[in-house]
Ligand binder design. Structure first.
Ligand SMILES: [Zn+2]
Length: 184
């Protein structure tokens, strides 16, 4: 009798444990399904038209940026990296056209303001429009410089210096990898 009671209690205890485990597993699966559904209903990243000049901020998670940018674009635009002088796509590009932000497609610079600075980076004396870029003070590496970023997505583009040619006297020293050139 004692043995029977013990066995019954043991079985009951285990049934309760099994039920509890079952409920826990159900909850875990439910969560997985919910997460899966949320992911499916999320809007795909919208590709912006190159002619879209709206300055409505473009904000993406770092993972989204990693997914849409190349490693070099991510390094420059999101990690404020600097590509090597002369070993970049546009420093010597003399074709007529427009330079767009590689992160969001905003038209930033025109070939009409590009000049040969001899620095090994594409250089312009002005952006297409002052509103297309944002300037921030940059005190990294023991230098006070003015950082230039895309006004729409906040991607790092390069720096601006006051030793440029006329008519502005400015030199926008850009990273080729932060931009995409489209010939006219
Ligand atoms: Zn941008």
């Amino acid at each position: 009798m004692v043995i029977f009671e013990f066995t019954t209690k043991y079985i009951m205890k285990n049934i309760i444990l099994l039920l509890f485990l079952g409920a826990a597993v159900t909850v875990v699966f439910a969560c997985t399904n919910t997460t899966g559904q949320v992911e499916q209903t999320q809007k795909p990243v919208k590709a912006l038209s190159p002619t879209d000049t709206s300055l409505k901020p473009v904000s993406r998670t770092e993972q989204d940026w990693k997914n849409i940018l190349t490693e070099n674009q991510y390094y420059i635009l999101r990690e404020e990296g600097t590509e090597r002088a002369f070993l970049n796509a546009y420093h010597n590009n003399k074709k007529d056209g427009t330079y767009y932000c590689a992160g969001c497609g905003l038209p930033l610079f025109s070939s009409t303001t590009k000049f040969d600075s001899g620095t090994g980076w594409p250089s312009f004396y002005a952006p297409i429009n002052k509103t297309r870029v944002k300037e921030n003070m940059d005190a990294a590496y023991g230098m006070i410089r003015t950082e230039v970023e895309c006004a729409r997505c906040g991607g790092h583009l390069g720096h601006v210096f006051d030793d440029g040619p006329r008519p502005t006297g400015l030199r926008y020293c850009m990273n080729s990898g932060a931009m995409i050139f489209q010939e006219k």
